[in-house]
Design a protein around this ligand. Structure first.
Ligand SMILES: Nc1ncnc2c1ncn2[C@@H]1O[C@H](COP(=O)(O)OP(=O)(O)OP(=O)(O)O)[C@@H](O)[C@H]1O
Length: 369
């Protein structure tokens, strides 16, 4: 199988001895939208720059369409890069900025002009084609940068926090456009971002990085519902993590002895009896029941044994989402989230005694490492 992009155990050690990336492996299919997500300094930009050829690769191999790229100069690679600051030429009009990459390739004028007009139309920026970048809005500059990258018809478009300079509303609008554009053109996108919601909303698969290493590569929903590592469980979504030891196993189901009792979830990876694990429960999976109306035993019976005593400490409805916090017996405060309709007529005020439950299928058991 030939992938559009393949990184095989890629590593980067900078000249000053900093190890920025270790054993990064990833295989990307044509037309996939991949996001690199992780905290500042985890190696996202370094990896993107190695793919573009702006940084050398210290170990491993990088292939594009089956051809080894390690020693190929950036301009010889079938990639284009969009930088956060867009790096537009200030003295050139939009049209000339977009044409620049084709001029560098020595493309004949007619062919060049046809391609430039086509991409200006695709991005809806024909009417600003004669303007200079300083006469454009943030969103328009963003589109020009995209046009400039896409006009050379790269196999892979590399985007380094391309929406970082935009305000929240525009960011949302451009996210949708970007996704549509990528789908229409079928170009492979590799997108670097700090913003979790952006990575989850846009990409087919997310690469979560931590300290230069890949933690997990999964489609957004899976990342959200089935984290593979404690880091991902803490970094993505709003999860509660119970530490404990596996007491029993039955197919994927595990019962885990924790500080607040025996709790159930589905194993993601090896979690044999006796092993130390984390039980990860998403805020959306937890339901609050009024402790005065239903017994803990009844709730446990209906929820695979998952029923713990708690007290509501905060309860807010924001839009149509109910956000609550509850303190557990061990003093820990955890988050719950649900569609507000779910709790209509049930008045959970701070101080209310509740039993919290979730289905084992909604919780994930991962090795503690
Ligand atoms: N030119 C360089 N020389 C030495 N170390 C560097 C260089 N560039 C980056 N680093 C280091 O490599 C590590 C990874 O940096 P990188 O910029 O790839 O992270 P990042 O995930 O993109 O971070 P951010 O989200 O803040 O941009 C960091 O420890 C950083 O300090």
């Amino acid at each position: 199988m030939i992938y559009d992009l393949e990184l095989i155990n890629v590593g980067k050690v900078y000249d000053n001895g900093t190890t920025a990336v270790s054993e990064f492996s990833l295989a990307v299919n044509k037309g996939e939208f991949i996001a690199f997500l992780g905290p500042s300094g985890c190696g996202k930009t370094t990896t993107l720059r190695m793919i573009a050829g702006f940084e050398g690769i210290s170990s491993g191999d990088m292939m594009i369409k089956g051809v080894r790229m390690n020693d190929i100069a950036p301009e010889q690679r079938p990639t284009a890069t969009i930088f956060q600051n867009y790096a537009l030429f200030p003295h050139m009009s939009v049209r000339r900025n977009v044409a620049y990459g084709l001029d560098v390739k020595g493309m004949p004028k007619r062919e060049r002009d046809t391609k430039v007009e086509r991409i200006l139309a695709t991005l809806g920026i024909e009417d600003i084609a004669e303007r200079k970048p300083d006469k454009l809005s943030g969103g328009q500059r963003q589109r020009v940068a995209l046009a400039r990258g896409l006009v050379i018809e790269p196999d892979i478009l590399l985007l380094d926090e391309p929406l970082g300079a935009l305000d929240a509303n525009l960011r949302k609008a451009i996210q949708n456009e970007l996704k549509l554009l990528q789908r229409t053109l079928g170009v492979t996108f590799i997108f670097v971002t700090h913003a979790q919601s952006e990575a989850l909303a846009l990409s087919d698969r997310v690469v979560v990085m931590n300290q230069g290493r890949v933690e997990q590569i999964s489609p957004p929903y899976e990342l959200y519902t089935r984290p593979n590592t404690p880091f991902v469980a803490q970094f993505i979504g709003r999860n509660t993590i119970f530490k404990g030891q596996v007491r029993s196993e039955q197919a994927d189901l595990r019962h885990v002895e924790t500080d607040v009792g025996l709790l159930g979830g589905l194993a993601n990876g090896a979690a044999p009896s006796g092993s130390r694990v984390n039980l990860v429960v998403p805020a959306e999976a937890i339901e609050a029941h009024n402790a005065e109306h239903t017994s803990r035993e009844q709730i446990a019976f209906a929820n695979d044994g998952n029923a713990i005593d708690a007290m509501i400490t905060r309860s807010d409805i924001v839009g149509h989402i109910a956000h609550m916090s509850a303190s557990l017996e061990d003093g820990r405060v955890i988050s719950l989230e649900a569609h507000s309709e779910k709790y209509q007529g049930r008045n959970f005020r701070p101080g209310s005694k509740v039993v919290l439950s979730w289905k084992a299928a909604d919780a994930t058991v991962i090795p503690a490492h």
